[in-house]
Design a protein around this ligand. Structure first.
Ligand code: HEM
Ligand SMILES: [Cu+2]
Length: 607
């Protein structure tokens, strides 16, 4: 019997399919959050505009920021990690395929719960940082912020599971010969990012849990009148929040490293220093959270220590920038769309880094704080870094994932419109901020020198929107009648290019033996262009699909929805569903199945 198509995707435990699911989920939420940004910018196009005002505006920027950070940027990166990392290390799957599927459905469950707030009871409106007092019942009555605390707890659980899975996979499942200092940079950054998630997400979950108790069960963690302390929320939030921005940028650094060396046809310059810089950035990322709280008034000693540690991050970041430039220097560069995005990133991200150091200067930050200068800064690093990285990865790995090449001509239109649109949108915002335009305010007065900048900024947003529509068209075209891709369309260097596009379910019929950095390139220039097997051809063990993660995620969803509306009966019902599925799972005896070597022969695999 032919398996139901939808059901097979819901229950899949194949890391490649889960990677594609993350791209679809992230793409969907990108459209939602992008639309929200467009509405905000339309309101801010002219002085004294009244298109969207007051609380709706607050909901829009809160949901835009929250969605972009939690439901778009990280999940799309997870999509690439899922698809690419096992291939890059020569593995057949991730360490815990069941958990992988569960992590994905928890993300969808939390994300949908958060966005249902638009339809039932109103969206959260206390900013993506959800600062206490403002976010507590007195100032945010109604269910809005409940959606935030519950949706993010559920989605965050999924994130944590995926991080544990990636770490275990990279530690345990590398092919023979794939030592740590032969890992491709994207795998390295996935590894460090996953470690950051392990340390950053538990504080967030704990903070959200306390906030949930304050709001729903009458606790007093953050209520000053009840003996709580609001500053504690800020510490907890930023102990998560600052590392979060490195969680978003490090994987993008990995993508750029792989792409720049591939399209410069050179080995990555300073590979070892790149690895060192990634680890150092990861470590320093935890030492600087207080730079988000300079204006709280924690005193000159605390402020100075955190100012200096903040600026210290510029050193390893500078090392990386120079290594990328040296990789390109003297290389035979091919300016594909992916490479254009990587080059565009270097220009854009450096500007974001400069304004970051400016914000690290305490007296200056007292002026810049909560103005559009900050909005300009973080969009320069998040779009100029992470989103450019996502676009780079998208054009680079698309052929591997879907077996067709994206149209390069459309790709170039997409790049140039996005690049100019991006700078047009966010460059003027620096000056808007310096001229006193506050962040998170829905209007501005005429004749204060803010009109031109705002108008230009909104025009830039429309250019970016057109660029993204071109991308969408390119994708649709490529799916319907794209040019078929070979296994190695870019003359790649790492192992994912050694298998067919898209790869077979089992990735490698025989686990490969790795002989050096840039393992696949080595086989092409020093060997006969074929991978050397590390084991005889035998039965391939595969995990079975499972419907339990999906049901578990539905349970979490029901439970979250119940607690949003203070209904502990519905909340408990959802948790019962969760625990019953856990119980079933723990008594399940399923050891998967095997693909026999005979079944591989028709596909051209020799023993
Ligand atoms: C696609 C183009 C984008 C545009 C036009 C855009 C525009 C905006 C605007 C107008 C604001 C509100 C500023 C205010 O409160 O006055 C904002 C806030 C924000 N954006 Fe974006 N944005 C874009 C993409 C992104 C992306 C990709 C991310 C992250 C991955 C992001 C993260 C944020 C965050 C965290 C906030 C702060 C929300 C808050 O204050 O709570 N944005 N954006
Ligand atoms: Cu920070």
């Amino acid at each position: 019997m032919r398996e139901n198509w939808l059901w097979s995707w819901i229950t899949t435990v194949d890391h490649k399919r889960i990677g594609i699911l993350y791209l679809i989920g992230g793409g969907f939420f990108f459209a939602v959050a992008g639309l929200e940004a467009l509405l905000i910018r339309i309101q801010l196009m002219f002085p004294d505009n009244s298109f969207i005002v007051g609380d709706t505006f607050n909901q829009l920027f809160t949901m835009h920021g929250t969605t972009m950070l939690f439901l778009v940027a990280l999940p799309i990166l997870f999509g690439f990690m899922n698809f690419v990392v096992p291939l890059q290390i020569g593995a057949r799957d991730v360490a815990f395929p069941f958990l992988n599927n569960l992590g994905f459905w928890l993300y969808i469950s939390g994300g949908l719960l958060l966005n249902l707030s638009w339809l039932f009871g109103g969206a959260p409106d206390a900013g993506w940082t959800n600062y206490a007092t403002l976010a507590l019942n007195d100032y945010s009555p109604g269910p809005g912020v409940n959606y935030y605390v519950l949706g993010l707890q559920i989605a965050g659980l999924g994130t944590l599971m995926s991080a544990i899975n990636f770490i275990t996979t990279i530690v345990n499942m590398r092919a023979p010969g794939m030592s740590y200092l032969r890992l491709p940079m994207f795998t390295w950054t996935t590894f460090v990012t996953s470690a950051l998630i392990m340390f950053a997400f538990p504080p967030l979950t704990a903070g959200l849990f306390m906030m949930m108790f304050d709001r729903i069960f009458g606790a007093n963690f953050f209520t000053t009148t009840g003996g709580g302390n609001v500053t504690v929320w800020q510490h907890i939030f930023w102990i998560f929040g600052h590392p979060e921005v490195y969680i978003l940028i490090l994987p993008a650094f990995g993508v750029f490293s792989d792409v720049i060396s591939t399209f410069s046809r050179k080995r990555l310059f300073g590979y070892h220093s790149m690895v060192f810089a990634v680890v150092l950035i990861g470590f320093l990322g935890f030492m600087v959270w207080l730079h988000h709280m300079f204006t709280v008034g924690l005193g000159p000693v605390a402020n100075s220590i955190f100012a200096i540690s903040t600026m210290a991050i510029a050193v390893p970041t500078g090392i990386k920038i120079f290594n990328w430039l040296f990789t390109m220097w003297g290389g035979r560069i091919r300016f594909t769309t992916a490479m254009l995005y990587a080059a565009g990133f270097i220009v854009s991200f450096v500007m974001g880094g400069v304004t970051g150091v400016m914000l690290g200067v305490v007296p200056a930050d007292l002026q810049f704080h909560d103005t559009y200068f900050v909005v300009a800064h973080f969009h320069y690093v998040i779009i100029g870094g992470t989103v450019f990285g996502i676009m780079t990865g998208f054009y680079y790995w698309w052929p591997k994932m879907f077996g067709t090449v994206l149209n390069e001509k459309l790709g170039k239109w997409n790049f140039w419109l996005f690049f100019f649109g991006f700078h047009l949108t966010f460059f003027p915002q620096h000056f808007l901020g310096l001229n006193g335009m506050p962040r998170r305010v829905y209007t501005f007065e005429a004749n204060k020198g803010l009109e031109t900048g705002n108008l230009v900024s909104t025009i830039g947003t429309f250019l970016m929107t057109i660029a993204l529509l071109i991308l969408l068209y390119n994708v649709a075209k490529s799916i319907r009648k794209g040019e078929p891709a070979s296994g190695d369309p870019w003359d790649g260097r790492s192992l994912e290019w050694a298998v067919s596009s898209p790869p077979p379910a089992y990735n490698f019929a025989q686990t490969p033996r790795v002989r050096g950095l840039d393992a696949w390139w080595l086989e092409k220039v020093q060997g006969d262009g074929k991978l050397k097997p590390a084991e005889p051809l035998g039965p391939i063990h595969m995990p079975s699909p499972s419907y339990l993660p999906f049901i578990m995620a539905v349970g979490f969803f029901i439970s979250g929805f119940g607690f949003v509306f203070h209904s502990w009966q519905v909340g408990a019902l959802g948790l019962v569903v969760v625990f019953v599925t856990m119980y079933i799972r723990s008594f399940e005896e399923d050891h998967g199945f095997h693909i026999q070597p005979d079944e591989l022969k028709p596909q051209g695999v020799e023993s």
